[in-house]
Write a protein that binds this ligand. Sequence first.
Ligand SMILES: [Ca+2]
Ligand SMILES: [Ca+2]
Ligand SMILES: [Ca+2]
Length: 183
Amino acid sequence: MAGRPGLAGTMMAKSSKKHKENSEFKLLEELFNIADKNGDGRVTVEDLFEAAISSGLEADRKHIEGWFLNKDRDRDGELTWDEVLGIKTTNEIAFDTFDLNKDGRISKKEFLHICRNMTDEQVDAVLQKFGKKKEGQMNYDEFCQMMNKRRKSSLDKLSSAEHEICPAKPKIGESSQSKYEVP
Ligand SMILES: [Ca+2]
Ligand SMILES: [Ca+2]
Ligand SMILES: [Ca+2]
């Protein structure tokens, strides 16, 4: 097969050869920059797909979507270059800080422990609103929904309970000192 490799192959490939990895990585970086038309450092799955097509790559939509979902770790429907690199997102770092017993869910107790300025009732309201899967708890996806909603809406629009949530700047834990952690 001559010419440039297929996009899906490029993205999914686990080549053992370093130079091949490098060239695939460069191609991915190039593609990301093309996809980021408005230059805000974020691309949607649609941006990526269009960029692949316009670059003449074999673009398998399903593969791109699968790869995208896997990489979109903060679940906001957009990919940053940091996410492509696998650098922990703010949501992941915040979730780790909340999830004290590391069971993959945030309980009311854990919520209250981190957000000491919130009342019992406020935490209940937040858990009820976002934690639908398991009553009184919040899983990672639900936590992301809450965080992403906070980020998107203006503070004025938020209910008083949400307004009080303090996840982006946790008070405890060494890991919260640095914004990014390379795994
Ligand atoms: Ca963009
Ligand atoms: Ca994202
Ligand atoms: Ca937990």
